[in-house]
Design a binder for this molecule. Structure first.
Ligand code: ADP
Ligand code: MG
Length: 622
């Protein structure tokens, strides 16, 4: 006997809102329907396990079958789970499922429309985003249960009647709406299964034939296994399959904990392809093997999304709004735990396999530096393992570079601060020179090496930020100067020239220079062969770089240039004795040479420099 009824919750005004809001994210309907099948199988198995019912020997290949009938325009999902009686369909589908959707909407509105994570709680109803009509054929596991057929357009009415269904389980037949016909496309459906159902715990088949069918999913993904039982090859294989990246990962972290919350997953450090750009990775979040979304920043700290990984966390309350997640203690704990594990892995590698750590450094340094800037906890855990290449090509931590022991070790050795004076002295930050461009700064590097000085290489796009961050975090420890920002005492000759002479020289030089913006200063350098070098104030250069980084107009990285003329150089020594024309010629030529060693000349400057050189050559050959 067939029965008809009205859907109790008024869904006429609900559907348009849900449809509109979820428009961009309709895909999740398939996950919801398949996940219901998974739940139904799990429930049945549980009953068998508890001895509530005897396992049906003829129907125990637990699986979910998905098929498309293009002519009938239907998409069908069938499971052999627990099934439903007529009463249960009334209760769970007609009443609860629809009221669940109403709850969802109420929550969504309460949350100010900020998006409900994974849209859980919408469940069965979400299939109406793509269907004009849905039929359910189901048969409960209960003795003597009859098949039930339910049908509704999801708007306001439904029918329910008895039907012939031989096997236990539920078949959902979705009559796909005209404008959603993409969901009748095999490739589209396979793509959705791969994305949302890749690790679901029962076999999922597309167009099941009964012979040689291959499941589309991996029911026992590697991340669920005990790390002890996983081989290196398995980790790499899992990475390739999950992320379609054919470069092996550098290394990985297998998370596996039960207490105080359940968390399983694998985070992979990929090889980076470019030094000047961040490549966003993908950390896929799962809940009991059901895919939720990528890179949920409330659960996975944002900087970790530079990695690739899977995280399965059954304890996250998913049917809540994002703003709730942000303030949830449990979620914060999970996020902190993941960060801690990553820091532990990195410090572990540094301590046990420094060679490998150094080999990987180029690939992980941007990630680590970004992590430090974004997360102070992370910084305090990894600060001693941040290394830099020096001018000799050796990797050193900053403490190693300045010849200090890391604080940890010092404390362990009980090295106490001796007296007040020493304390004061220690408060002076150590100046660390860095280079950002081995070619552009070659002249400075050469002078540095000859004077027995060293510098670190900071050549990734994040380094200007990072050194500023270090100075802010460790104001009494480090101060950073780019190699061309200042003339270190070690580069200067012991006897400086007289102040008066220098003053006269710089004034004469400045008067002869065409470029009136540049400041001039005389120094006696050890290196006699260089007539002049350019210095640029660290502060203004950084300011300009930051502006450029944020794409701000008027970014000028040329501010505050100083031409350091070298009084040890014969040309400079002869300068004051020259006639006015020669002074002009020499001053400009010296300036252009210094500029060339620092950065490119402007087109006009380059033209004049080339003409002058041609004239010089002509004079030279007489
Ligand atoms: P939820 O899964 O969060 O409970 P849904 O709207 O997805 O919400 O489903 C509502 C209810 O309908 C389920 O709790 C379950 O009792 C029932 N149900 C849905 N699909 C199936 C199925 N394939 N087999 C058995 N019961 C189902
Ligand atoms: Mg559900």
């Amino acid at each position: 006997m067939s029965k008809q009824g009205n859907i109790q919750i008024s869904s006429e005004n609900m559907m348009p809102i849900i449809k509109k809001w979820l428009y961009s994210d309709k895909d999740i309907f398939l996950r919801e329907i398949v996940a219901n099948g998974v739940d139904a199988i799990t429930k049945y198995k549980k009953l068998v396990e508890m001895g509530e019912t005897a396992e049906d020997e003829s129907n125990k290949d637990y699986c979910i079958k998905i098929s498309v009938d293009k002519d009938a325009k239907t998409l069908t999902v069938e499971d052999n789970g627990i099934g439903m009686t007529e009463d249960e369909v009334e209760k769970y589908i007609t009443q609860i499922a629809f009221s669940g959707a109403a709850d969802f909407l109420a929550q969504y509105e309460k949350a100010g429309g900020d998006g409900i994570i994974g849209h859980f709680g919408l469940g069965f109803y979400s299939a109406y985003m793509v269907s004009e009509n849905i039929e359910i054929y189901t048969k409960s596991y209960r003795e003597g249960a009859k098949g039930v057929h339910w049908e509704s357009d999801g708007e306001s009415t439904y029918t329910i009647e008895e039907c012939d269904k031989a096997e236990r389980g539920t078949r959902i037949v979705m009559h796909i709406a005209k404008e959603e016909k993409e969901f009748l496309d095999e490739g589209r459906i396979r793509g959705l299964i791969e994305k949302y159902c890749a690790f679901m715990p029962y076999n999922i088949y597309y167009n099941f034939t009964g012979k040689d069918d291959k499941a589309l999913n991996d029911t026992n993904p590697l991340y669920l296994k005990n790390p002890k039982d996983c081989s290196e090859e398995e980790y790499k294989e899992f990475y390739r399959k999950t992320f379609h990246d054919y470069h092996d990962p550098l290394f990985w972290i297998h998370l596996n904990m039960e207490y105080p919350f359940r968390l399983k997953g694998i985070l992979y450090f990929p090889k980076v392809k470019s030094k000047v750009e961040l490549e966003r990775g993908k950390v896929k979040l799962y809940c009991n093997q059901v895919y939720i979304a990528d890179n949920i920043k409330e659960v996975i700290p944002e900087f970790l999304t530079l990695l690739n990984g899977v995280i399965d966390c059954p304890d996250i309350p998913l049917n809540v709004s994002r703003s709730f997640l942000q303030n949830d203690r449990q979620v914060q704990k999970i996020s902190r735990h993941i960060t801690k594990k990553v820091a532990d892995k990195l410090t572990g590698l540094y301590k046990t396999d420094r060679e490998k750590f150094e080999q990987c450094w180029n690939d992980i340094s941007v990630f680590i530096k970004l992590g430090c800037i974004k997360d102070e906890d992370f910084y305090s855990k990894v600060k001693d393992i941040i290394i830099y290449k020096d001018l000799n090509g050796e990797y050193k931590s900053l403490d190693e570079f300045i010849g200090k022991k890391p604080e940890e070790e010092k404390a362990a050795e009980g090295e106490a601060e001796q007296n007040g004076e020493k304390k004061e002295e220690e408060k002076q930050p150590t100046t660390i020179y860095y280079i950002s461009d081995e070619v552009g700064q070659a002249q400075y590097i050469d002078m540095f090496k000859n004077a027995g000085l060293n510098a670190i290489v900071c050549d990734t796009f994040i380094d200007t930020h990072f050194v500023s961050y270090l100075e802010y975090k460790e104001p009494t420890k480090f101060r950073f100067l780019r190699i061309d920002a200042d003339v270190d005492a070690a580069l200067k000759s012991a006897e400086a020239g007289s102040e008066e002479e220098n003053k006269a020289l710089t004034e004469a030089f400045k008067a002869a220079l065409k470029n009136t913006d540049v400041a001039v200063k005389a120094e006696k350098l050890k290196n006699e062969s260089v007539p002049a070098i350019i210095n640029v104030s660290e502060f203004s250069r950084r300011f300009g770089e930051m502006n450029a980084f944020y794409g701000m107009a008027g970014a000028d990285t040329d501010r505050d240039m100083t031409l350091i003329i070298n009084t040890a150089n014969p040309v400079i020594q002869a300068f004051t004795g020259l006639d006015e024309d020669k002074k002009k010629f020499v001053a400009n030529q010296v300036y252009y040479m210094a500029r060339l060693a620092y950065k490119k000349l402007s087109p006009e400057e380059m033209k004049e420099f080339a003409e002058n050189n041609a004239a010089l050559l002509k004079n030279y050959i007489g």
